[in-house]
Design a protein around this ligand. Sequence first.
Ligand code: T1G
Length: 697
Amino acid sequence: MSEAVKYSVRDGVAVIEMNNPPVNGLGSVLRPGIMDGLNKAAADPAVKALVIMGTLKAFSGGADIREFNTPKSTMSPTLHEIIVVQDGFPKPIVAAIGGFALGGGLELALACHYRVAAPKTQLGLPEVKLGLLPGAGGTQRLPRVVGATEALKMMTTGNAVSAEKGKELGLIEEVVQGDLLEGAIAFAKKLVAEGKGPRRVRDLTVKVDGDPQAFFAAARADLEKSARGFPAPLQILGCVEAAATLPFDEGRAEERRRFQILVEGSESKALRHMFFAERQTTKIPDVPEDTPVRKLDKAAMIGAGTMGGGITMSFVNAGIPVTLVDTSQESLDKGLATIRKNYSNTVSKGRLKQEDMDKRMAMITPSLDLNAVKDADIVIEAVFEKMDIKQELFGKLDAIAKPGAILATNTSTLDINVIAAATKRPGDVIGLHFFSPANVMRLLEVVRGAKTAKDVLATAMALGKKLKKVPVVSGVCDGFIGNRMMEKYGIQAWYLLDEGATPQQIDAAMKKFGLAMGPFTMYDMAGLDVGFYVRKRRVAERPDYAYSRIVDRVCEAGRFGQKTGKGWYRYEAGDRTPRPDPEFDKILADYRKEIGVTPRQISDEEIVERLIYAMVNEAAKILEEGIALRASDIDTVYMTGYGFPHYRGGPMFYADTVGLPKVLAAVEKFHQGYQGGQWKPAPLLVKLAKEGKGFNG
Ligand code: T1G
């Protein structure tokens, strides 16, 4: 038996203990040991019952996702083969669940005859979050235990239930308050004493609320609306319907058929890529995982505006008190009122208790005095995006903040190294680029300055996770990772207007591609004023900075988006719906005449290629320059901060899926066009395309 599985016998009860860190993934390491234990327990006449257990932290996190689409996933014994042995087992099997039983882990437990769990254990079938369905009998057994309604809810949301809820649902027999293994063995011995043998879940029937035909028709209609193009939820529904209408083995065959469709599909591969990508971002080659992190018990926020307020909320939500500093009482009051309103909205939706809101508000200490930051372990600024203002502030913070305090800037474009140079402690300076709304968006770009100390970087990454963000390391460049790519995306959108497209056509094409919203709707929502200012700076720094001036024409007409009631679109008072605007059409027509361009028909395909491949080409440069540590970090940036469709896995994964030779051919075609150098293929793209490789290895 492998050391990942321990087998023992106590008072006639065999115990199989799985110990394959970090999550007892049911991969090719663990499965043989489980099968050996089953065979031993079945063959030993002294054994009257069997307990299967993991560790207190993890019963099992399910099948090993890394093995899918590889020979390992079908290496015998498979999870399916183990479960068949459980089904035919002649003695009662008890699952002793601690920590979590998820996916194949819960399916293993469901193939046991009884289940006990420690308090607070999480029980779930989250496969849908990977674009899959429970493929080891879960879609057939769970409905037999909790009924069709609860089973559908658990499997189509992927949300786990607690042990206590599991007991209510009949998913487990007992919540063991004391030692889990002792409790499970006692439960097994009691079964034997009472002469209770195996009780196979597969022999139960599925309870359906009301008429089955009507039930499943209604469920299908609901899922067709909510699934938004994802295939897994409807495949799960098909399996539950089979569980309710077919003999077990036929239902199981239906489940395997539908699972195979999903596991080979691009959506699931993209979602599995994202699962691992999000967990790779904290792995920094030259910063060991055990690098000591600094204490972060108190924070200070400079700037009570939109970003400062959102960042403050992120900290107090994580239990870190914040001293909120601004230059005027009016700004402070406004900032606190916005925070209070945001929390009140959450309370009114029942997602936050009033007492918790009050606790969080009490953790915010407003101040007009910069010296109030002197005890903070970390000071973050979100003041006006001007270098001289930031430098002056950092000079002051350097003198006030205590030794060892981290000084962070929320700048979205300015050079961290220049800001750090305004202090005597550049090692303590780092960029924490939050995305608006900062209390909601998961992405946090952690910008590493040339002199940022390794422990400061490690501390910032740990802080990101504590704030329930996805921290991604970026090097220093204009726009870091996300905005630098987004700039190329926007430039192509503007050029396409010159050439004959409209904002609504481009937005529609990008929404059809899967983005949460198109570029022009997004720019109107974010506001065109910041970009107007940033472009002026860029043109001053780089006179050859090329872009269509249509965007400046719009700004010069005072059209800055929703905040001015018009931008690329017009807006009715109190209504955020973007509406085509004849006034804009005239600005565009005049501009086309000014540059002598006759508008042409442009296909959606060209729109998507121009916008996405412009980003991919820039991303290849970001990778080459070491601004991003890996391609999957860039994918993570786009999926957690820019509304990139998860089922496409991010821009780099999408490019790999299209095939880099095809991407390169398109980039080279655009390079021959009037934009010329802007489309010069990145050397890394050329190299990988020629080698037949992808960005994600
Ligand atoms: N397979 C492979 N690796 C996994 C894994 C899994 N199922 N779950 C976690 N890991 C790795 C993860 O990549 C990370 O690796 C480390 O474990 C710690 O993860 C047949 C088809 C279990 C709640 O969807 O939800 O069963 O970065 O940081 O915060 O029907 O991991 O250290 O190298 O997330 O304590 C279904 C997925 C699979 C559960 C633990 N199961 N995992 O959270 O740790 S498909 C899931 C999680 C399946 C069957 C179907 C969480 C967790 P590294 P972590 P955590």
